[in-house]
Design a protein around this ligand. Structure first.
Ligand code: IVH
Length: 681
């Protein structure tokens, strides 16, 4: 391809990608499949690598990241980023309204209400329609230039198509969508990483990461709510918001114009409960005087505008007593302190525990045993302690002394430089670590022997029948039948001795036997190599085909695999360098566990489905889902995962979700049955 041809191709591809991106991220519509979209992007990246001069700052390839920023430049804000005054009650809000009325000396005025998104404030500067800079709030006067990271947020336009002012700034809130937060945390759990504590702090931490490809993998989002610039001439905040929305910025549709403070109060009441249904955390609402000349008239105090205020919803909180702290040891040996609380009712559930994260958090809160504490439920999985009633503390209380030895095996804990958590280094002998690895191995996503359950595993370990997961393959029905194990209640004092019944023993033996057919990529995930989650295991298995190839791969070869970075590569090397792990692998091999990818020979049966795309959904009478997929491929068709306007067929089985059918009908997709499909081939 000549340079000029490449130039045209880059332009065409960029336009196409931008078009689909905008459709998807601003209007939630898709007319091509994810697969087709990724292919366009890959093509563009390949061309830009071939012709680096063609890589523009507004190229959609920036979305996937890859830039490393060692230190963020500090940028002085053109207009300071002020904060908002807070109100917590109707009275305070009416006082604010009174001050506005007084300041406007009898003029009519109205309000514009928005939700207060709990994320990270961002300032975006555009010049001639191109995103030039993204800066955090910092101290309000100057913040960090995080442009490379912000570019990975798909809903932030890199280049605007509309006719826009030559220079302007928009501000908004970047946030971690709750579903995405959950997805990332599930993935972290899989690889034995500490879970992210909450969406807000994680969004902020993510935007300050040095490697923008990690930022890209977290799929943050951004709502914009403020337009600034010289001579923009919009009469009201509402018209400015309408303008930025029409230029392609994402604006939350939750705003409302309110003529009176009563209407504002209605808005507040409306969202008090409803806000929990949104995919973003909110902690209140923001009330702004709508007319911009009136805003100017009202002006600012040193810290915040007089024309706007926030109303904070009361966080659901409760007061209780910290009775003790226990320490949990995870699969990787990381220690997490947990607060045991006097049971208290909070947001409809009884709370007995709260996370304390690590030693730093205990020190930060200065929380002590016996203290009266306030607990809140935020985006966290379990509640957190927000503050301590120092005034009601007894004088003989003492600061918490963090444990120095493992609560499970008494080994001295270590804390690596730069890490917040303590670790128990006794990988081989620490019971929860041994149990955790086996638990990970047997889970459904891995070897699918989860009929065993943690208590039976403990029983097997206690009885000396197994020492690691490879030993599971030696177990016999006779050993399992009648096996005694102990079940513990919440408090460790209450326990009961049970035994495995004939039927369960039979099921376990069968599940262990069946697990020998589990494909290599899942076995690789099951091994529990740090940082090797499900997706990484799939990538490694696809690339190396067998465990032997993987075990002998040097660092340089490992990092050549797409998506495998230094950290994962080193972890793989460390794992296989350990002779005990190699012994376990050999034992698995001898037991007949799959350590080679089953290279499926592509079967070709015909070409009747050439070029046609299929989504399959539900369960089928004659085929398993995988068999149906193979059948489609064998006849020239392609299976895709999401329904889009370009999809040819939806093959509908039993128990198909109603939303899929609805979407397909709306997009006029051919919905066919299993029998229709068989007719086609
Ligand atoms: S307007 C001059 N609107 O709240 C005030 N802020 O306490 C400009 N925030 O730093 C801010 N949602 O990070 C505004 N709809 C919204 C908001 C919002 C969240 C945050 C923002 C700001 C902080 C002020």
């Amino acid at each position: 391809m000549t340079f000029d041809e490449a130039k045209n191709e880059v332009k065409a591809l960029s336009e196409k990608i931008n078009y689909h991106n905008e459709l998807y991220y601003q209007k939630s519509e898709s007319v091509i499949t994810d697969f087709e979209f990724d292919q366009l992007l890959e093509k563009l990246i390949a061309l830009e690598n071939q012709f680096p001069e063609l890589k523009l700052e507004d190229s959609p390839s920036q979305r996937v990241g890859g830039t490393i920023t060692k230190e963020f430049d500090s940028v002085v804000h053109k207009y300071p980023m002020l904060s908002l005054g807070n109100t917590y009650s109707q009275e305070e809000l009416r006082d604010f309204d009174g001050r506005v009325a007084k300041g406007l000396e009898g003029q009519d005025y109205e309000y514009f209400c928005e939700l207060k998104f709990d994320g990270v404030a961002l300032s975006l500067t555009y010049e001639n329609g191109v995103l030039k800079r993204a800066v955090t709030r910092g101290d309000g006067t100057q913040g960090d230039d995080i442009t490379a990271n912000a570019k990975t947020i798909r809903s932030i336009p890199l280049k605007l198509k509309a006719a826009v002012p030559a220079e302007f700034e928009v501000r908004g809130e970047a946030f971690f969508p709750l579903k995405e937060f959950e997805r990332v945390n599930n993935e972290r759990e899989d690889i034995g990483e500490e879970k992210l504590a909450n969406p807000r702090n994680s969004a902020s931490g993510t935007l300050k990461m040095q490697d923008s490809s990690v930022v890209a993998s977290r799929k943050l989002d951004c709502y914009l709510y403020y337009l600034l610039g010289k001579d923009l001439n919009y009469p009201t905040h509402a018209t400015a918001i309408e303008a930025i929305e029409s230029w392609g910025f994402k604006v939350s549709p939750t705003y409302k114009q309110c003529a009176t403070i009563e209407e504002v109060l209605n808005y507040i009441n409306h969202w008090e409960e409803k806000r929990h249904e949104l995919h973003v955390e909110t902690d209140g609402i923001v009330i702004k005087v709508n007319d911009l000349s009136q805003q100017e008239q009202l002006g600012f105090t040193a810290k915040s505008p007089r024309w706007a205020i926030s109303y904070k919803y009361k966080a659901e909180s409760a007061t209780t007593v910290l009775e003790s702290i226990s320490y949990q040891v995870g699969r990787t040996g990381s220690v997490t302190p947990v607060a045991n609380l006097k049971p208290v009712l909070l947001a409809g559930t009884t709370v007995k525990r709260a996370s304390l994260h690590n030693a730093n958090e205990i020190a930060r809160l200065d929380v002590r045993i016996g203290d009266t504490v306030h607990v809140e439920k935020g985006g966290e999985i379990i509640p957190k302690i927000t503050t301590v009633e120092i005034s009601s503390r007894s004088h003989d209380s003492e600061p918490v002394e963090y444990i120095s030895n493992c609560p499970e095996c008494d080994t001295m804990l270590i804390r690596q430089e730069g890490e917040a958590n303590h670790y128990c280094p006794n990988v081989e002998g620490c019971p929860p670590q041994i149990l955790g690895r086996i638990d990970h191995f047997i889970q459904r996503k891995a070897m699918d022997i989860d009929k065993l359950g943690p208590e039976t595993i403990r029983g097997l370990l206690d009885n000396g029948l197994i020492r690691n997961y490879a030993d599971l393959y030696d177990l016999t029905y006779e050993q399992l039948n009648g096996l005694e194990f102990t079940t513990y209640s919440d408090k460790k004092e209450d326990y009961a001795v049970r035994s495995l019944r004939e039927k369960s023993a039979g099921n376990v033996v069968k599940a262990i036997e069946e697990s020998k057919a589990v494909p290599f990529e899942r076995v690789l995930f099951a091994l529990g190599i740090r940082f090797v989650g499900k997706t990484v295991a799939e990538k490694l298995a696809e690339h190396f085909i067998s465990i032997d190839n993987l075990m002998s791969a040097p660092f340089e070869t490992l990092i050549e695999v797409p998506e495998i970075g230094d950290r994962i590569a080193q972890s793989v090397i460390d794992f296989f360098e350990d002779s005990k792990n190699r012994g376990i692998v050999e034992k698995l091999r001898a037991s007949g566990v799959q350590l080679v990818s089953e290279k499926k020979e592509a079967v070709i049966e015909g070409n009747t489905l050439d070029g046609k795309t299929f989504v399959i959904s539900g369960v089928f009478a004659q085929f398993s889902r995988d068999e149906l997929k193979d059948k489609i491929k064998a006849n020239g068709g392609k299976v895709v995962s999401s329904i889009s306007g370009k999809l040819d067929y939806l093959v509908a089985g039993d128990k198909m979700g109603p939303s899929k059918l609805e979407k397909a009908t709306k997009l006029n997709i051919n919905v066919i049955s299993e029998a229709d499909f068989l007719d086609m081939i």
